[in-house]
Write a protein that binds this ligand. Structure first.
Ligand SMILES: [Zn+2]
Length: 451
């Protein structure tokens, strides 16, 4: 390993220059800008390293090009599937950047530019780990496959179906995802799962136009009240969700998962100060981590109706709209919860409301007792020279859950981004130390998995 690490040190500046070529190419999936050009650039880079790329159009009107890659060794006993995405978020607002988003630059040991951390720099670390191992050892000790998503930043609308239809292609013993930030303590993280999400929009209609609240108020129904009445049926006074069967399939944390949660660095007092909070949401008998990782939510993401501008406008609105996201945990499914949501509406007499399901991701969790998990932790220790924080399940959602729930491959997340990577925001950046630690970690992981 020492020779490999030395190769990484000696070539780090070139690795950065190569990553910058990728960052200079915009690939904004939200407005389909440069994604196909980025795909070409990417497959060329993979070929140069020795990873065999295949561009797989995912169908539909836009036909997004998923990039599959493989590098196989007939003697290897295990296969690792690596998930990443090569699309990026729109860079706006442009004037909030200290340097242009698609002209990557280095300042204070960090690489700045859209996609440096989310996610080009992170999957590129895997590429460079492969190059380093090949240069020193001539071959990889494991088979490696890549699934590089072209539309993660818009919710990967084609991924589930594509995985369903191409299961054998992606077959692997284990999967790795490196995206997002490390722990705020500066330590790397090893995460075993994610919550899923079900996003719905509910619309209520009153009259066919906004009306004067005096000249018409009283006899005319107000759709905002209709949504408020509906909302009030969704939650019990203790803060739990009142939809029948909502909690049916959820699994409480095991003693080992509880132990992991207790070890996550978290200063409750500081946290509350930082966000200006006086108390946490109910129920009170559960801790912060358990609520975040093992409990589903029913969140009001938006409520729009009537007049919200300056001063007063005496209006009786004709429309009201509600956006809700539900974070789901194992073993809830978005489909089942949506059905229960609809049933609840019907049961309480809200058939008049119009409901749309906007997007979903399944929740995913890999067992914390998975026999290969300690090898990931060991690789992180070698790569970053720090002990990883073990996360039983992240609070957010991630389209790669398709890997766990559809391809049925245990997946672990090891983010290589610094905690303040500013992903999705101006001045996105990846610390060079994190990039290097990531390359080292992936290289170490190949050997740990082969043992
Ligand atoms: Zn992102």
């Amino acid at each position: 390993m020492e020779k490999i690490y030395q190769y990484i040190d000696e070539n780090l500046n070139r690795f950065i220059e190569e990553l910058f070529i990728l960052v200079r190419q915009p690939s904004i999936s939200a407005r389909w800008e440069g994604v196909e050009d980025c795909c070409k650039l990417l497959t060329g880079m993979m070929e140069k390293i020795g990873i065999k790329p295949r561009v797989l159009p995912m169908g539909g009107k836009r036909n997004p090009p998923l990039v599959y890659g493989e590098i196989l060794n007939p003697e290897a006993k295990r296969t690792l599937l690596i998930y990443g995405h090569y699309d990026v978020q729109p860079p706006e607002p442009l004037d909030a950047w200290d340097s242009p988003p698609f002209q990557p630059t280095i300042r204070n040991g960090r690489m700045y530019g859209r996609g440096t951390a989310d996610n080009k720099g992170q999957f590129f670390a895997h590429f460079k780990a492969i190059e380093s191992v090949l240069k020193i050892r001539g071959k990889l000790p494991v088979n490696v496959k890549f699934l590089l998503d072209p539309e993660e930043e818009v919710g990967s609308p084609s991924l589930n179906e594509f995985c369903r239809q191409n299961k054998p292609l992606f077959a692997a013993d284990m999967a790795l995802n490196s995206d997002g930030p490390m722990d705020t303590s500066g330590r790397p993280r090893l995460s075993f799962g994610n919550r899923g999400v079900l996003y719905v929009e509910v619309n209520a209609q009153g009259a066919n136009m906004d009306l004067h609240s005096g000249n018409f108020g009283g006899p005319i129904p107000n759709p905002a009240w209709r949504l408020v009445e509906f909302l009030s049926t969704l939650r019990k006074p203790d803060g739990t969700v009142a939809i029948e069967g909502f909690y049916d399939n959820i699994v409480p944390p095991t003693p080992k998962e509880k132990e992991m949660m207790a070890k996550i660095p978290f200063d409750e007092k500081k946290f509350m100060e930082k966000y200006g909070l006086k108390k946490f949401a109910p129920p009170e008998n559960l801790g912060y981590m358990e609520k975040l990782m093992f409990r589903p939510t029913l969140n009001i993401a938006g409520f729009t109706s009537g007049y919200g501008g300056q001063g007063s406008k005496t209006v009786l609105p004709c429309k009201a709209m509600l956006k809700m996201d539900m974070r789901l945990v194992v073993n809830q499914t978005p489909e089942d919860i949506f059905e229960k949501y609809l049933r609840h509406m019907k049961k309480h007499g809200f058939d008049d409301l119009e409901v749309k399901m906007l997007n979903t991701y399944a929740p995913s969790r890999t067992s914390v007792d998975h026999p290969l998990a300690p090898r990931f932790a060991e690789a992180i220790r070698q790569g970053f020279q720090k002990d990883p924080v073990l996360i039983p399940a992240g609070g957010g959602s991630f389209p790669g859950a398709a890997i766990r729930s559809i391809l049925n491959i245990p997946i672990l997340s090891v983010p290589y981004g610094n905690a303040d990577e500013n992903n999705h925001a101006p001045n996105e950046n990846l610390a060079i130390d994190c990039f290097k630690g990531g390359i080292r970690t992936t290289a170490a992981l190949f050997f740990k998995l082969a043992e």
